[in-house]
Design a protein around this ligand. Structure first.
Ligand code: ADP
Ligand code: MG
Length: 386
């Protein structure tokens, strides 16, 4: 991937934007980019810098991403919801052996929610923490959808990042500590000392300590790299499989409700450690067939008018709106799944299902604004005002 059109080879100590920023360490990477911890020499602050692959398609997509990030940053920075979506600090270009790359800088955040799911060994995150995450996600989405006119289109645990509020101090502490450690390591290794770097200079201190009870969590919705405008879609091919909404599968009309569907899938996964839908293909049906069948088994039949409203509907449904390739369905509603399979109490299962089911409606799906008033979130911070 480090070839023409691909990633830019960043080295520790490299300088960017007329030497204003200096690369400290790699923080992560995705399909489109590598992400680096950088220090702003001008103000002594730290940022995360995303360096996008250089091929034309990636650069053009990145320029759209910047437009949406700027909309997010400037629309209403003092709204509560704005706190729960990443904003952009700066952007510039860098030239390298693989071409010209778009770079963006952000506040330094921590691990993503998939890491948190793994930390609980896929057995589910405690309900009070999930409620906090759900509330912050809804505030962020309400801001994104209603105030910015943006649909994320790729909500999933990997694209939601946790952070601590005093992160700058932590970085400084950790870099000092690691620098000592680094010096020691160099003493003990012969020959290849300069390649021996601590694998994670921030440790897990950017998120909470595993052994400390986590009373409060802060998250931000990140990776706007696939986002689009409510009134301007860039592609119909959206969402990661397990989080994909029914209307997107059969090529129907979609809107901000697509994010709400993904959010329900994500919250279920945080609560149980398992995917809500994980469809597979078989000899007689496709992965899409299985996916639609699993949705119907969980929430009940679709109105034929809805099922048949998409460009690809007739691949999956007959003229009565029944699935063509999967005739026998085993209905198992969400409350019972939570009670029977995941051992929630009847009371908790009922409360969770009553919160998630409005997000899993095929039609007239609840909006982020509606869901913020649901009783499941009543006692969870931040409190709604007004
Ligand atoms: P891509 O579009 O290539 O998927 P992302 O924006 O998802 O890029 O970033 C890739 C990875 O880099 C993330 O999963 C995360 O691990 C890390 N990362 C991204 N932004 C930040 C940030 N602000 N602070 C810390 N790490 C980040
Ligand atoms: Mg990503």
């Amino acid at each position: 991937e480090y070839c023409s059109g691909g990633y830019h080879p960043v080295k520790i100590g490299d300088r960017f934007a007329n030497s204003r920023y200096i690369a400290i360490h790699k923080l992560g990477w995705g399909h489109f980019s590598t992400v680096w911890l950088i220090r702003d020499q001008l103000h002594g602050r730290y940022y995360a810098m995303k360096v996008v692959k250089s091929a034309k398609h990636y650069s053009e997509t990145a320029l759209d991403e910047i437009k949406m990030l700027e909309k997010i940053t400037h629309t209403s920075p003092s709204s509560v919801g704005a706190r729960f979506v990443t904003d952009i600090a700066d952007h510039f270009m860098v030239d390298g052996p693989n071409g010209r790359h778009v770079c963006m800088t952000f506040q330094v955040l921590g691990e993503n929610l998939l890491a948190l799911i793994k930390r609980y060994d896929h057995r589910g995150i405690p309900v009070p923490l999930v409620k906090q995450i759900a509330k912050q996600m809804l505030l962020g989405l309400d801001y994104l959808h209603r105030q910015c006119g943006i649909i994320h289109t790729d909500l999933k645990p990997e694209n939601v990042l946790m952070y601590l509020e005093n992160v700058e101090d932590l970085i400084r502490d950790n870099l000092d500590k690691k620098q000592d450690q680094h010096r020691r390591i160099r003493h003990h290794s012969s020959g290849r000392g300069s390649h021996v770097l601590p694998s994670d200079p921030l440790g897990c201190s950017l998120t909470q300590d595993r052994n400390k009870p986590m009373s409060n969590i802060h998250i931000k919705i990140a990776d706007l790299g696939n986002a689009c405008w409510l009134d301007k879609h860039f592609t119909e091919d959206i969402q990661t499989r397990q989080y994909r909404s029914p209307e997107v599968i059969f090529g129907g009309k979609w809107d901000a409700g697509a994010d709400i569907w993904s959010l329900a899938c994500m919250i279920f996964e945080l609560l149980t450690g398992s995917y809500l839908f994980d469809p597979q293909k078989d000899r007689s049906f496709s992965r899409d067939d299985d996916h639609l069948a699993q949705m119907i088994e969980l929430v009940g039949p679709m109105r034929p008018e809805f099922a048949l409203s998409g460009k690809r509907s007739r691949e999956f449904f007959d003229c009565h709106g029944y699935l063509r390739h999967i005739r026998r369905l085993r209905y198992w509603n969400l409350e019972d799944v939570l009670y029977d399979k995941y051992s929630f109490s009847r009371k908790d299962a009922r409360a969770i299902a009553s919160f998630l089911l409005p997000m899993l409606q095929f039609e007239r799906r609840a909006t982020a604004g509606d869901l913020l008033h649901h009783s499941w979130l009543e006692d969870t911070a931040p409190k709604l005002t007004g």
